[in-house]
Design a protein around this ligand. Structure first.
Ligand code: NAD
Length: 477
């Protein structure tokens, strides 16, 4: 089997060691991908630095054309790329294709943004002086991404980085090199100049660390776990680079007594279990007021029983396999932790085809309290808890009682309650009668507290991280 090489300085570069890409639906080998080492990182960073002067000053239209072409190719190839993505990550084919389409639209959105970097012209407070505020690229940027959105998260970092004139050193998660490699191939085919974009597949502790610790990288944008993110923050401060961290969630969905209960159950099932619960915005804490608690629990258990857990590419699958053996092990461990803490577990068993892949049925913890570990620590699997609340006030307090603050939702028919929740939720994104997961690409994405650090991603707000502001004063004469 051939090895898919890394992409460094405009060339495809092999390495002695390889990453084996496994399909979590059947444990078959999808491909071998070159595993870069720290020396390859140095070559890629030097190439990016060399490419920066020309790329950062070329007309925005040149950058826009490349991004637009990549966007078109992603949309044209959505079926094949969606299959590859679902095969390596395990989400359903519908979700995989949807993610590729999203990536395509992100590239097209940022093709437009390349032509509107913006700026301001002001009078000075001093007579005869003019002040000009412009934006310039941040420089060489390191982009580090997790495994759960193998093409959308790379797209929402790479597209704005390139649009605003930065050069990129990109390290995808080791678990999903296939989608990242295809994205590099599309950039190459679209004519990205050599050195402007570099792909380095490899281990976080080696390749990721070398990127973060390099004094020649100006900025790092990271999405992943809180623990790794905090280490990156320390290393970035140590080398004086700007950094942006998007990390975990422990997202609450509040269900009030006036909610449309059928809608609330759909919103909860979608938010908690779709994409096998492997979304940073997943609804892991379902906070239900006493008055509708039992009815909600009965309906959601009935709905869970109808969910089909199966291979990612099978047409009737609702919930694909867990992405890796390691993540499956973690999920099963949390089932035991929840039980030991006194919660009652519904579901969570491994279906008969479990011998051939990393399958587990969605699990719901009942009679759980917000103090339990299962309600404080991110699990990142198809596991959710129901927490009883007396009334709205208590539900809001529980929703906010978490170290995380990415996304939060409420199901209610009351405009007053929805408005109050939007104002008082301590999350970066708030959903009313919608799943906590599922966001648009043209508006800011990000959280508060331990979930995020730095400027928002996506939409026009992405500019704040990928550009640096310059203020110029000029005697007007
Ligand atoms: P992870 O933190 O293990 O890894 C993320 C990336 O960082 C990977 O590419 C990894 O190889 C790299 N990395 C690991 N150690 C490193 C180091 N020492 N130096 C530099 N890079 C290093 O996360 P994961 O397991 O791939 O993804 C799951 C996590 O991602 C979950 O916690 C989830 O909540 C989070 N996530 C957050 C968002 C968000 O936007 N908030 C979105 C998706 C996923």
């Amino acid at each position: 089997m051939d090895t898919f090489p890394n992409y460094i300085d405009g060339a495809w570069v092999d390495s002695p060691d390889a990453i084996v890409n496994l399909d979590p639906s059947n444990l078959e080998v999808l491909g071998r991908y070159a595993r870069a080492d720290a020396s390859a990182v140095g070559v890629a960073i030097a190439a990016a630095r060399a490419a920066f002067p020309a790329w950062s000053t070329c007309p925005g239209e040149q950058r826009a054309n490349i991004l637009d072409a990549v966007g078109s190719r992603l949309l044209e190839q959505q079926q094949e790329l969606g299959r590859l993505l679902s095969s390596e990550e395990g989400k359903t084919l519908k979700e995989g294709i949807g993610e590729v389409v999203r990536a395509g639209r992100i590239f097209k959105f940022f093709a437009g943004e390349a032509l509107r970097p913006g700026g301001e012209l002001l009078d000075s407070v001093r007579p005869g002086v003019r002040v000009e505020i412009t934006r310039e690229p941040a420089g060489v940027v390191g982009l580090l991404t997790p495994w759960n959105f193998p093409i959308a998260i790379p797209a929402w970092k790479i597209a704005p980085a390139l649009a605003f004139g930065n050069c990129v050193v990109f390290k995808p998660a080791e678990l999903v090199p296939g989608s990242a490699w295809m994205l590099a191939k599309l950039l190459h085919e679209a004519g990205i100049p050599r050195g402007v974009f570099n792909l380095l597949m490899g281990a976080g502790g080696e390749v990721g660390r070398a990127i973060v610790e390099s004094p020649d990288v100006d900025a790092v944008s990271f999405t992943g776990s809180v623990g790794v993110g905090r280490g990156i923050a320390l290393a970035a401060v140590g080398t004086g680079k700007r950094f942006q961290l998007e990390m975990g969630g422990k997202n609450p969905l509040v269900v009030l007594e006036d909610a449309d209960l059928d809608l609330a159950v759909e919103v909860a099932v979608n938010g908690a279990f779709f994409s096998t619960g492997q979304r940073c915005t997943a609804s892991s804490r379902l906070i239900v007021v006493e008055a509708v608690h039992d009815a909600f629990v009965e309906r959601i258990i009935g709905r869970m029983a109808k969910l089909v857990t199966g291979p990612a590419l099978a047409p009737d699958t609702d919930i694909g396999p867990v992405a890796s053996a390691e993540q499956l092990g973690k999920n099963l461990e949390y089932l035991e932790i929840g039980r030991a803490e006194g919660a009652e577990v519904v579901g969570g068993n491994r279906p008969p085809l479990a011998q051939r892949g990393h399958y587990m049925k969605p699990a719901l913890f009942l009679e759980s309290s917000n103090e339990m570990r299962i309600n404080r620590e991110e699990v990142f699997g198809p596991l959710a808890s129901v927490i009883r609340a007396r009334d709205y006030d208590e539900a809001l307090a529980i929703a906010n009682d978490t170290p995380m603050g990415l996304s939060a939702g409420i199901c209610t028919r009351s405009l007053a309650r929805a408005t109050h929740f939007k104002r008082h939720s301590q999350a970066g994104m708030v959903m009313v009668n919608l799943p906590t997961a599922g966001v648009d690409y043209h508006v800011p994405f990000g959280g508060r507290k331990a979930s995020s650090h730095g400027p928002r991603e996506q939409g026009s707000y992405a500019r704040d991280f990928f550009t640096t502001v310059k203020t110029a004063y000029e005697a007007a004469g």
